[in-house]
Design a protein around this ligand. Sequence first.
Ligand code: B1M
Length: 210
Amino acid sequence: DELVEQMYDDLYNGLREEIAEATNILLERGWSASRVLDEALVEGMRIVGVDFRDGILFVPEVLMAANAMKGGMEILRPLLADTGAETVGKIVIGTVKGDIHDIGKNLVAMMMEGAGFEVIDIGINIPVEQYLEALEEHKPDILGMSALLTTTMPYMKVVIDTMTEKGIRDDYIVLVGGAPLNEAFGTAVGADAYCRDAGVAVETAKALIQ
Ligand code: B1M
C-alpha cells in the first residue's frame, strides 16, 4: 500500500501532521483502528528502531518520530477506547525509574481502556515510592510496569521486592512488559505475568482478574 509506505517515511522523518492526516485517510478507507496501529504506526516505529540501533538515526530524530507516532495515536485513542465495555477492573501503570520510553505503555493504557479497564497512568521514570503511593491512593486490581532498556528492567524487581517487604505484594496482580523483557524475566522478578504486547496485556489482565 503506497500510503502506508509513505507513512513509514513520514514517521521516519518525524512529520506529525502528515501521520495524523494519513491515519484519518486509512480510517476513511475502512481500516480498523487496530489495523492502522499495527500495520502503519507500530511497524513504522520498528523501522525507526532498527536505524536507531544501527547508528543511522539519533535521539533527536527518534524523538520526532515518537512525536509523529503520538499524532496518529491521538486519533486512534477514542476509537480503541470506545467499545462500550463496562468497567472490568482498575490498573495503575507506569514506566520504571531511569526510563522515559512511553509509547508502549501508552498503547497498553489505550487498549486496556478499550477493554473496559479504568487506567491510571502515572507516567515515566517512576521510582518505587511513587508506585507505592499510587497503589495506596487508587487501590487498583493490577499494577503494570513498562521498561524498554536492559539497564532499567531490573528495577521492576526492586518494586516487587519492596511490595513483598511491605506485605502488599499479593494484594495486586503485577504485569510487566517492554521490548527487552521475556517470560523468564517476568518469572525471575516475581511478576504474575510478562505481556509481549498490548493485546496480550489485555487478555492476561482479563484472565487473571477473574
Ligand atoms: Co530508545 N532505545 N533510547 N528512545 N528507543 C530503544 C528501546 C532501543 C532498543 C533502540 C536500539 O538501540 N535499537 C535501545 C535500548 C537498548 C537496550 O537497552 N539494550 C534504546 C536506547 C539505547 C535509548 C537511549 C539510551 C539512547 C541514548 O540516549 N543514547 C535513550 C534512553 C532514554 C531513557 O529512557 N533514559 C533512548 C531514548 C529514546 C527516545 C527518547 C529518543 C525515544 C522515546 C520517546 C518516547 O517513548 N516518548 C526512543 C525510542 C522511540 C526508541 C525505539 C526506537 C522505539 C520504542 C517504541 O516506542 N516502540 C526503541 C527501539 C525498539 O524498541 N525497536 C528504542 C514502539 C512500542 C509500541 O513498542 O515500547 O516495545 P514497545 O511496547 C510494546 C510491548 O513491548 C509491550 O506492549 C507494547 C505495545 O504492543 N509493552 C508492555 C510495553 N510496555 C508494557 C507494559 C505492560 C505490558 C506490555 O505492562 C502491563
